[in-house]
Each structure stands twice: as C-alpha cells, then as structure tokens.
Write a protein of this length. Sequence first.
Length: 86
Amino acid sequence: MVKFGFTVKDPEGLRTESAGRMVEEAIKCSSKVTIRKGEKSGDAKLIFHVLTLSIKAGQEVEITVEGEKEREEAVALENFIKEHIV
C-alpha cells in the first residue's frame, strides 16, 4: 500500500472538471485507488464517490494505492495530480 497526500489550492475546491480528470487518471491504474478526506473515503475511480467528499479549498486529501503495480501507479497519479489538479 502506497499513500500520498495533497492540499486543494483552487479557491472553488475540487471542481467537477478537475475531479473528472483525476478519476480518468485513476481508472488507468490496475491497483485499487482510494481517496480520503478526514473520516470519509471512497473509490477514486468513481466520480460520484469523489464528488460526495465535497473537497473544499485548503482541505487535505489522501490517496491510497493498493495492488501489484502500486508504487509506479502511485507515482504517476501523484505527478498527474500535482501537475493538473492542485
């Protein structure tokens, strides 16, 4: 299991468009990808799960990647999020 976190910087929080791009990237992973905000978590490959977390600006989010290729998939996903989402 590999975990990494990020803080949402967009003043509007994690908007539908950004969440959709993140979900599309997570779907490329063969590993299980979970997104967590506080005590709530969901499948990062499902847009409904991501949006129901209602992630606002300044909130911390944790991503967990579990599977055979977890290390390389976590690195790729983290790089994508840092480059395109936050």
